[in-house]
Design a protein around this ligand. Sequence first.
Ligand SMILES: [Zn+2]
Length: 310
Amino acid sequence: MTFYHRSFLRGVNDPDRRFRDFQNHVIHVTDGYWGGAPRVAHRWYDRLLNGLVDGHMSNAAHAAGVLSHYISDPLTPLHTEHCPRACVLHRPIEYAINLAYDDLYQLWNDDSQHALTDLPNSRVWLGEMILRGSARANQHYWTLLSDINIEKVMADPRDCFGDRFASASAEMIGRSVTGIARTLERAAEECEDRTGQNLQASDMPRPWVRDLLRMIPNRISSYRWHRKQSEKMQQLIDEYHQRGELVEHLPSEVAIVQHVIEIYHREKRWTERQSDRTLQKAIDDRNVIAGRIGFDTATEPMQNRLPRTA
Ligand SMILES: [Zn+2]
């Protein structure tokens, strides 16, 4: 599959660039674990497995890339909750982490107790792993939001955050990398179980998955990306200083998630109102029947007094 690393990298970027289903890139832990990441991750895991079993390695590599996105995004603290402060800081924080990725990865690697992701053994192990990871990431949510200096992001993005921010980010990078690597290993094992044959051994050294993952930030740190991001960041900061909020330069991924959350809460309120109405109607109907047959529903429970009809 390593031969198809371009398909893998295309898959890594597809959820942000092509699918743009940003509500599936999050798990809002404090909002009842709202978000579609586990569902789509299971779907892409099935595609990965089918690709491996059928020997369609390019498809498998693409699915592995997409899957890695749906695993790693919900393990990013800013994808685990929603608040006005995060709307402003989302892009600056991601920008700073991208530029400092190698240092943060090294910080995790050098930590003698570095955090790892273990796979659960339940039938829905993948979704469970993502939910557990997002719950852990959510514990760092306010650390990231409070330990960054937005004024320093443009001047020195590698020096705009403190130690707490760095160790929280390093931990979650480590959990993402190991979560993705173990998921791909499990897919390989499942494929071998199904086919009864060993997957062809890679001619690359074993930690190829990690090396491929490290190519992601390296790629997006290209000159063009950097220049574009710098411009966007400056516009965002200027707008924030002028208005005290973001309207024009609100990142599209944040705006889409915000929009879907509003719809979700509106539907939730509507469902609650509907069930209140249904309940009220049942009470009204009961009172009408009770009135007709002369029972006082205020003092005696109806189930004790209404005659059985069947
Ligand atoms: Zn994403």
